[in-house]
Design a protein around this ligand. Sequence first.
Ligand code: ZN
Length: 59
Amino acid sequence: MAVPKKKISKSRGGQRASHHALRAPSLAICPKCQEPRQPHRVCPKCGWYKDREVVAKEE
Ligand SMILES: [Zn+2]
């Protein structure tokens, strides 16, 4: 089994972990219902994407 030759120092591990932070998703306004939705995603409110309904809305 492959085993690391040297211990990764706290400094090294911290430098790697500096890229691990999560960021809030960017939001765009749905042109159909004016609700915020993520870009390049089907609108969760009205189920529309690119001027047509792609996901049927229950109710
Ligand atoms: Zn919408």
